[in-house]
Design a protein around this ligand. Structure first.
Ligand code: NOJ
Length: 525
C-alpha cells in the first residue's frame, strides 16, 4: 500500500456495488463475504482502493441508498464482523477502502423518522415536515418534483387516521430528506463518520453531497423546469453555499485520524468551477467529474472538459477525478455508441489523464449495459415512478460473471437477483484471464503501466496538448504521450509519437492510428 499521505491524488478507485459483485452465501444476492473472496481479483487488477456502495441496514427501496441504521450492516450483506474483516483483508492486499455515506436522506424505516411519524417533535425537527397548500392542505407544500418522478412530497397520516403534514423526499417517498438546520443531524453524522473511521475505513463517498442544505422557505422552482441531477440551471435544493460548512466540519473529523482519510463528493453541479468548491483545502478531497462522464466521444468536447476540469481544480489545489461508468448510468461500452473498441479506447484515455480515476465493477470485463430486463425483475425505483433520473438503472447492475459457466457464472452458488445474459460466460474473469487481447488484460496492463509511468509522487499533474489532426486528442505528461482517435476511421499523426507502450486495439506502433483507438507511448527527452 502506498504510504504517502496524498495517495488519493492519483488513485484508481474501483466501485463495488455489493449486491451485484459476488455472492458468498448462495442466495442470489452479493454480500460482504463474497466481496472478501474476490479482493485478490482487485489486487491483481492493480487498483489502489475500493469504494463500496451502501451495505447498511436498509429496506432496499433504492438499492440501499435508503439507510435505516447507519451503524449496522444489512443482514443480506453480512454483519459488522464481515465489514471489519473485509477492511483488514483489503488493507493486507494493499487496497484502501472507501464506504458510502448517505446524509441527504434516511430510510422511512430509520428510527428517527418512525418517531417523527409518531409525533415526537424533536424527531420531526430532523426532517422537513410542512402543512399542505390549498383546501384542507391537500396540495403539496411546494412544486418540487422528486428526482425519481412525481411530487417530492408525501402526505402523512396522523395516529387517529386523519391526514397530517407532508414530508419532503427529493428521491423516493421511502427516502425522507434530513433537515440540516437541525444540530442533531450534524452531531449524528459526525458520530457516524467516527464510527466507520474507528473501524478502519479510509474514506467516504458522500451521496448527494450537493443536496443537504435547502433554501429558507422552500421556494417554488417554477413549473417548466426539468429536475435532473446534473442541470445547467441552479435549483434551490441543490448546490447551496451552506453545504460547504458541513464539509469543513467533516474535514476536521477526517484530519483527526492518521493516514489521510478522504471524502469524495457526489456533487452534481452546473459547472466544473462549482464542483471545485467542494474540494477546497479545508473541505472534501475529491469530487466525481460528472461533466466528463456526460461528454460524448468527441475530441473537441473532451479536450474542453479536460481543460475546464484541470483548470478549476488547480485553482483550489485538488486533483481532478475521471469516471466513465457507475451504478446510475448506462455502461460506457453501450453509452458511447461504438461498442467494445470505443469503450476500450475511452478507458485508456481516462487512465492517462492526471488525477484519480474511478472504475465501476465489470468495466474491466468490457460488460455492456443489459437491455430487456423483464419488468417483473426490475428493482430501480425510477422505473416505478415514471420518468426516472437516468432512465432505468438495473441494466448496469446485473451481477458480474466470474466463471465461464455454472449457476450465475460464478457470481454465487445460487442464482442471480437480476438475470444475466447467456453470453456473459465468455466475458467472465475466468474466460478473459491470460488472453492478451482481452479487456481484463488490457486494464491490468494499463494499471501497471500507469503505476510505473504516470502515478506516484514524481508524476506531473498537468498535461501539454500536442498538435493532432481533427478528431484526435494528443497530450504529453513528462516522458509519456497519449493519443486517442475518436473518429471511426484511421488517421495519420504528424509523426510517430515514440515507442508504443500499449494500445486499446490493433496498432502497429507507427504514425497511423486506427479509428476508435487510444495508444500510449514512451518518449525520450
Ligand atoms: C445517488 C446514488 O448514486 C443513487 O444510486 C441514489 O439513487 C441517489 N443518490 C439517492 O441516494
Amino acid at each position: 500500500m502506498k504510504k504517502q499521505t496524498d495517495w488519493w491524488r492519483d488513485a484508481v478507485i474501483y466501485q463495488i456495488y455489493p449486491r451485484s459483485f459476488a455472492d458468498g452465501d448462495g442466495d442470489g444476492t452479493g454480500d460482504l463475504k463474497g466481496a472478501r473472496t474476490r479482493l485478490p481479483h482487485l489486487a491483481s487488477l492493480g487498483v489502489d482502493a475500493v469504494w463500496l456502495s451502501p451495505f447498511y441496514a436498509s429496506p432496499q427501496a433504492d438499492g440501499g441508498y435508503d439507510v435505516a441504521d447507519y451503524r449496522a450492516i444489512d443482514p443480506m450483506y453480512g454483519d459488522l464482523a464481515d465489514a471489519a474483516a473485509l477492511i483488514s483483508e483489503a488493507h493486507a492486499l494493499g487496497l484502501r477502502v472507501i464506504v458510502d455515506l448517505v446524509p441527504n436522506h434516511s430510510s422511512e424505516r430509520h428510527e428517527w423518522f418512525q418517531r417523527a411519524l409518531a409525533g415526537d417533535p424533536a424527531a420531526r425537527e430532523r426532517y422537513h415536515f410542512r402543512p399542505g397548500r390549498g383546501p384542507g392542505g391537500s396540495e403539496p407544500p411546494n412544486d418540487w418534483e422528486s428526482i425519481f418522478g412525481g411530487p417530492a412530497w408525501t402526505r402523512t397520516k396522523n395516529p387517529d387516521g386523519t391526514h397530517g403534514d407532508w414530508y419532503l423526499h427529493l428521491f423516493a417517498p421511502e427516502q425522507p430528506d434530513f433537515n440540516w438546520d437541525s444540530p442533531a443531524v450534524h452531531d449524528e453524522f459526525r458520530s457516524v463518520l467516527r464510527f466507520w473511521l474507528d473501524l478502519g475505513v479510509d474514506g467516504f463517498r458522500v451521496d448527494v453531497a450537493h443536496g443537504l442544505v435547502k433554501p429558507a422557505g422552500l421556494p417554488d422552482v417554477g413549473a417548466s423546469r426539468q429536475l435532473r441531477l446534473l442541470g445547467s440551471e441552479p435549483l434551490p435544493f441543490f448546490d447551496q453555499d451552506g453545504v460547504h460548512e458541513i464539509y469543513r466540519s467533516w474535514r476536521r473529523v477526517l484530519d483527526a485520524y492518521p493516514g489521510a482519510r478522504i471524502g469524495v463528493a457526489e456533487a452534481w453541479t452546473p459547472s466544473a468551477a462549482r464542483t471545485a468548491l467542494y474540494v477546497r483545502p479545508d473541505e472534501l478531497h475529491q469530487a466525481f467529474n460528472f461533466h466528463y462522464l456526460n461528454t460524448a466521444w468527441d475530441a473537441a468536447a473532451l479536450r474542453e472538459v479536460i481543460d475546464e476540469s484541470l483548470d478549476s481544480l488547480r485553482a483550489v489545489g485538488a486533483p481532478s477525478t475521471w469516471v466513465l461508468s457507475n451504478h446510475d448510468v448506462v455502461r460506457h461500452r453501450t453509452r458511447l455508441g461504438g461498442g467494445l473498441p470505443r469503450a476500450r479506447a475511452a478507458s485508456l484515455l481516462m487512465l492517462a489523464l492526471p488525477g484519480s480515476a474511478y472504475l465501476y465493477q465489470g468495466e474491466e470485463l468490457g460488460l455492456p449495459e443489459v437491455a430487456g430486463i423483464p419488468d417483473e425483475a426490475r428493482q430501480d425505483p425510477s422505473f416505478f415512478r415514471d420518468t426516472g433520473q437516468d432512465g432505468l438503472r438495473d441494466g448496469c447492475r446485473v451481477p458480474l460473471p466470474w466463471a465461464r459457466g455454472g449457476p450465475s457464472f460464478g457470481f454465487g452458488t445460487g442464482g442471480s437477483w437480476l438475470p444475466q445474459p447467456p453470453e456473459w460466460g465468455g466475458l467472465s474473469v475466468a474466460a478473459q484471464t491470460g488472453d492478451p487481447d482481452s479487456t481484463l488484460e488490457l486494464y491490468r496492463t494499463a494499471l501497471r503501466t500507469r503505476r510505473t509511468t504516470l502515478a506516484g509522487p514524481t508524476a506531473t499533474d498537468t498535461l501539454d496538448w500536442l498538435e493532432a489532426p481533427d478528431g484526435v486528442l494528443a497530450f504529453r505528461r513528462g516522458g509519456f504521450v497519449c493519443t486517442a482517435n475518436t473518429r471511426e476511421t484511421a488517421v495519420r499523426l504528424p509523426a510517430r509519437p515514440g515507442e508504443l507502450l500499449l494500445a486499446s486495439g490493433p496498432c502497429d506502433g507507427g504514425a497511423e492510428l486506427p479509428g476508435d483507438t487510444t495508444a500510449w507511448w514512451s518518449v525520450r527527452g
